[in-house]
Design a protein around this ligand. Structure first.
Ligand code: CU
Length: 150
C-alpha cells in the first residue's frame, strides 16, 4: 500500500518491527524493515507485530475465525519440549490454554508468541477461554482442538 503524501509518523519504540498495520481511515498494511513507519495527522491506530521468531518454532498455529488452525492435522501434534509459534489473525483477543499443562497465554489482536510445550506426553484439550463454555465438555462451536504431545 502506498501512503498518501504528507503521512509521516515515527514509531515510538526502538525494537525491531516486522510489519505494521495501519487501521482507521486507511486500509491495508505497510511492510517495513526498519523501525520507522508512519501514520497520519488524523487519528489512526496501528498495531505492531511482535517479534516472535517463527524460524525458531517446531510447529505453527493460527488463531483464526474462532478456531485453531493447525494445518491439515487433526489437532496440534508436537513432541515434548517443542516450541510452537502461535499467531492471532483475528481482530479480537484469544487464548491458547491447556489446563493440564499449565499453559494459558493470551493473544491480543494480531499478536504472536512462541510457546514451549512441556515434556508431558499425552493428549490434552487445547482451548480458548473466551470462546469455550466448558473445556471439560467442549461443544462443536467452541474454540477447541486437541494437543497431542509425543
Ligand atoms: Cu478465542
Amino acid at each position: 500500500m502506498k501512503l498518501p503524501s504528507g503521512f509521516r509518523v515515527r514509531v515510538p519504540w526502538a525494537g525491531p518491527l516486522t510489519s505494521v498495520k495501519v487501521r482507521g481511515s486507511l486500509s491495508g498494511s505497510v511492510a517495513v524493515t526498519r523501525p520507522v513507519v508512519a501514520v497520519s495527522s488524523a487519528v489512526v491506530t496501528f498495531v505492531a507485530r511482535s517479534t516472535a521468531d517463527v524460524s525458531r518454532a517446531d510447529a505453527q498455529v493460527a488463531l483464526e475465525d474462532f478456531s485453531f488452525d493447525v494445518g491439515d492435522a487433526e489437532g496440534l501434534i508436537v513432541e515434548g519440549g517443542d516450541t510452537v509459534y502461535v499467531a492471532n489473525e483475528d481482530p479480537f483477543r484469544h487464548t491458547f490454554t491447556v489446563d493440564d499443562l499449565g499453559i494459558d497465554v493470551a493473544f491480543g489482536p494480531g499478536s504472536q508468541q512462541l510457546i514451549e510445550i512441556p515434556a508431558q506426553p499425552g493428549t490434552y484439550t487445547l482451548y480458548c477461554r473466551p470462546h469455550t463454555s466448558n473445556p471439560d465438555d467442549p461443544a462443536e462451536d467452541d474454540m477447541t482442538t486437541t494437543l497431542t504431545v509425543g
